[in-house]
Design a protein around this ligand. Structure first.
Ligand code: T6T
Length: 322
């Protein structure tokens, strides 16, 4: 094989590797400053799909070519090779939801060192020197809001309360659990039995709920810190025949979670605004690329939804497609 053939084959392999998560119609080539890439935490999940909708709309309107590449699992070992592939493509900016607040620092620093603007959307690194901007909900406040909402639902009755987290090192859900723990301590009728990790797997969330019920038959409340834990917790309570008897407060507003709230399997949801996170991420990336002032931290809306006010708040429901 000649040197030229080897180079062409390598380039073809690189393009294949980079294009895995993109959609038909994605444009832009290697070293394209007018291209933006979104790297969500996981593929085919309504929170990130809604974020992608805001991202695509804003970036396309501003004349940028777009690409979206997501790992099949919320996992740093799967997200890292995607970052490495994007690095070789050298777009102008990368919007990324790091799946681990430490493990993703190395790969993301490589982007920055290559002159690519990095914007964190939703999750963030502990190291604040890499991203130009971070767009996210106030997750600690979201955890406090979940605790207050749960306390209101319980209405003075006594019992145990469980938190279902995803994976240690997920900045958002760790902050939600911390905010919840702090606030729930203000309610002496509620005994906090601690948090359990689920690896962001609904099946694990379901089995951890049923196991906690066996150990603590007085369980009166569960706070599920994100979409998968919430969907799994609802299944666990259903399997144990405790739907409604145990108050379930979830985070996020996927079509299934909204359906569960409507049907009584969930008592409240703390919804975020992922479409605005995606759109604002693009705005901050453009500011960084054009040398305009960049806002280091941008906070987006959070709202508590109950069955009573659900339909009036449909703008907060997450999308399955744009
Ligand atoms: O809750 C969102 C997101 O904010 C979090 O960082 C990870 O989980 C979700 O994507 C929902 O699954």
């Amino acid at each position: 094989m000649s040197t030229r053939t080897v180079a062409l084959v390598s380039a073809a392999l690189l393009l294949t590797a980079c294009g895995g998560g993109g959609q038909i119609g994605d444009t832009g080539g290697p070293g394209d400053a007018k291209k933006m890439v979104l790297i969500p935490g996981v593929a085919a999940e309504p929170f990130y799909i809604s974020m992608e909708c805001g991202f695509r709309e804003a970036a396309s309107a501003a004349g940028y070519a777009v690409d979206v590449q997501a790992p099949a699992k919320f996992d740093a070992t799967q997200q890292t090779p995607i970052v490495t592939g994007v690095l070789a493509d050298k777009p102008g900016a990368v919007l990324i939801a790091p799946t681990d607040d430490k493990a993703m620092a190395g790969p993301m620093r490589q982007l920055k060192d290559a002159g690519i603007k990095v914007v964190e959307v939703d999750t963030k690194l502990e190291d604040t020197s890499i991203a130009s901007s971070t767009i996210s909900s106030d997750n600690e406040q979201g955890g406090r809001l979940a605790a207050r909402t749960l306390a209101e639902l319980v209405g003075g009755k006594a019992g145990s309360v469980l938190v279902l987290n995803t994976k240690a090192g997920t900045s958002t859900t760790d902050a939600r659990a911390a905010g919840f723990e702090e606030e729930i301590g203000k309610h002496p009728n509620l005994r906090y039995v601690g948090q359990q990790y689920t690896d962001n797997e609904p099946d694990q969330a379901a089995s951890k709920v049923t196991a906690t019920l066996s150990a603590n038959p007085d369980l009166i409340g569960v706070f599920a810190t994100n979409l998968n834990t919430g969907e799994g917790a609802a299944t666990g309570l259903r399997n144990a025949g405790r739907t409604g008897a145990v108050n379930l407060v979830g985070f996020d507003a996927s079509p299934k979670q909204v359906e569960d709230l409507r049907g009584g399997a969930v008592q409240a949801l703390i919804a975020q605004d992922p479409t605005t996170i995606g759109r604002t991420g693009v705005e901050q990336a453009i500011a960084a690329l054009e040398g305009e002032p960049v806002r280091r931290d941008v906070e987006t809306d959070l709202v508590a939804l109950t069955k009573a006010d659900l339909e009036a708040n449909s703008k907060y429901f997450y999308k399955q497609r744009c």
